[in-house]
Design a protein around this ligand. Sequence first.
Ligand code: FES
Ligand code: FES
Length: 161
Amino acid sequence: MKIACTVNGRARTVDGAWEGESLLSVLRDRMQLPGSKNACEQGECGSCSVYMDGVLVCACLVLGGQANDRTIVTIEGLATGTALHAVQQAFVEAGAVQCGFCTPGLVVATHDLLARFPEPSVMQIREALAGNICRCTGYAKIIDAVQLAARRIAVDEHSAR
Ligand code: FES
Ligand code: FES
């Protein structure tokens, strides 16, 4: 089947996807966007989190065909050229990345959280990231990273006024 959608600001078309193929597979295997990770393929870990029409989804639970005519943003779409997004930079600086397998999903989920709650409490952070499983960090550094990103974004927005 043919899928035409916008991915990270670019019109993309894929031909030959099979009807049951997930959006995650389309992104990784057909569009050469390997940032979204495939850890469980059943909606349990959040490592495949992307935006579809501005809504956070697990790309492994979305059929590729459902992305037709939709707008997708993946972890690759958050950076500006070679400049990391503030959330990505904060994860690096806070030491929230170990094996890194969970990181793309956590970064996209954090980006979504901070768009809704610019100054989230620890409970709000824990709740927002509850669907993102990390096997390495113990989560403390991840919470540090979210708080660091929130502070950086607030400073950037203040100086842009
Ligand atoms: S790979 Fe999609 S939720 Fe785990
Ligand atoms: S850093 Fe390894 S799973 Fe999170």
